[in-house]
Every structure is written in C-alpha cells, then in structure tokens.
Ligand binder design. Sequence first.
Ligand SMILES: Nc1ncnc2c1ncn2[C@@H]1O[C@H](COP(=O)(O)OP(=O)(O)O)[C@@H](O)[C@H]1O
Ligand SMILES: [Mg+2]
Length: 332
Amino acid sequence: MTVLAALYSDLHHLGLIQKGVEPAAQPLAGGVSSDIWKVELAAGPIVFKRALAKLKVAQDWQAPVERSRFEIRWLRTVAQILPDAVPNLIAADEERGIFAVAYLDPLKYLLWKQQLLNGYVQPATAAEVGRRLAIIHAATASNLAMSSLFPSDAIFHEIRLAPYLEAAALCHPDLSDALLQLVAITARTKRALVHGDVSPKNILIGSNGPVFLDAECAWYGDPAFDLAFCLNHLLLKCLVCPAEKGLLLDSFFALAGSYLHGVNWELPAELEARAAHLLPGLMLARVDGKSPVEYITESGAKHSVRRVARQFLAAPAAMLGLIVEEWRRELR
Ligand SMILES: Nc1ncnc2c1ncn2[C@@H]1O[C@H](COP(=O)(O)OP(=O)(O)O)[C@@H](O)[C@H]1O
Ligand SMILES: [Mg+2]
C-alpha cells in the first residue's frame, strides 16, 4: 500500500472520509517519531498522526507504538482541564494508534521554538507555559483512577529515562551512580500526569496562549520532569541565541516561578529540589545522550554544558536559581 493509500484507509477508518474520497494531504515537517499529515477535509484542515516504531533520528531508536494511546488519553484529559491548551481531538482509535486533531493555522500559531530562535523571547509566554503546566499537574495529582489510565512506566523508561539519563551515564562513568539514582527516584515518584516532552518545539503560541502538542511520552509520574525538561531548553537556547541570554534566563525564572506558584499537591520546595536534581542530568543528556540537540555543535559550547551539568550532578543543588547563576557565570 502506498503511504497515501494507507493514510486514506486510516482516515476512512476514523470516519473522516468516505471510501474513494482522496483529499489533498501533505506531510508536516518537524516530526521525528510519527507520520504526521495535514489533510484538507471538506470541513476544514486537520492533522492526522500515526506513531512510528522507529524514530527518524541518527541513532537507532525504537519506540513502542502503543505510546499513541497515551497521547490520545493525554489530549482527552487536558481538554477537560484546559481546553485552550490542546488542539481539539476530532477522532481517535487507541487500538490502531491513530488520531486526528484540529489543524492550527500557522498564520495564527507559531512554534515557541521558532519564536525563540527568531530572537523573539517574551518571559510572559514562558510564565504562561509554566502556569498551564502546573494547572494540568494540579488537576491530575494524587489521582489513582488517572494513574491507572496511564500504565506507561515501561514506555517512559524506554523513551525518556534510558535515552537521556542512562545514555549520559554510559558517557560519564564517574557520574553513573548519580544519574542512575536520578532515574530510580524519577521512576518511583508517581504524583501527576506528566506530558514528557515539554519542549519549545512542541508548543504552539497563539492568541489564546500556549498549546501543548506531542504528548506521546505521557506518563503518570513525576511532574518535576516536565518542569526540568522545559527549563533545560531555555538554558540551552542561550548557546544558540547569546544576544537573548538575558531574556532567556528571565524566561527561565518566569516559567519556574509561575509553575511553582501553582504547585498545591506537594511542597513546592520539594518539587523544585527534584527538578533541580533532574536539570543537570537533562542538560548533560542533550550533549552526551541519545538525542543531542542539533544546535549545540561547537566543542566550546558542549564543554560549557558538561562543566555546569557535571558540577551539579556531583553536588546537587535544591534550588533552580543556583544552577542558573552558575550557567550565567559560565556563559560570561
Ligand atoms: N494541530 C496542529 N496544528 C498545526 N501544526 C501542528 C499540529 N500538530 C503538530 N503540528 C506540527 O507538526 C510538528 C510535529 O508534530 P508532533 O506532534 O510534535 O510530532 P512528532 O511526535 O513527530 O514530533 C509540530 O512540531 C508542529 O510544527
Ligand atoms: Mg514533536
């Protein structure tokens, strides 16, 4: 079957087109873990997504396709909590691992990553990302029924903890114990519904605020992971946008501050400490893990990440601000 025939077959299965109808469709750029299409239905454009078993990255990276089911469930859950923060789910089949959401027009929505790389850095945007993330975590915290909807511990380990923290441990044997302990603590901390890939490339900014995409790593676990994961991107972007360093670090504090303000299911200081322990691990993982960021290529930049990350893995800080201070010194 050609790729288009497979797409039409899935769209028909979802009840979105009649047999024999072949709407215009174009693959969307940017995705590495899915087949993702924009399809022009008579009722308007949609996005169709099907998870791939093998990711389109340089290193061999298999990922269980059942993760689609958790992305669908995450979309449904968050639509009940903050409908503005997700694209509207139009149709889904958890068994087949396929779904369709509303297409968000690029004239009205820009990827946050693109905004940041264009030098358009607004701390208020980061603050709203943090605020929304905390609302999602608060609404799902300490909820046994919710946790049973997301039995994705093994998948989360396979596509997050192993390729990031465990892969970094292999490159840094002297820090292996610290990194593997971080994996163990994260894996056993089961507190709220985690998105798992809160990266600026998975957030669209529209007039109604940030919209979260790509929840295929959804997991009922440690919400500190989402916070640290997103903050890590803001730190690393300083290397590619040095002129915006001040605003990026302001964005870091804006996001962390508004997020921690919304933490009502546990002591914010405890969550902050877990995020501050994870952050250097995730920093190191984006240089020496299985999914290095594409924009850190210079050895000097890699050295900076390694130096600061290694320092805080060896002697963890409980406060995020201490890591930022050191990062600021490193980049001076
Ligand atoms: N609903 C949507 N409307 C507009 N663009 C979208 C939508 N969903 C995804 N995209 C675009 O497609 C890209 C890939 O989608 P994503 O869900 O992140 O897939 P992947 O898992 O492959 O990264 C996004 O970064 C975004 O640019
Ligand atoms: Mg994505």
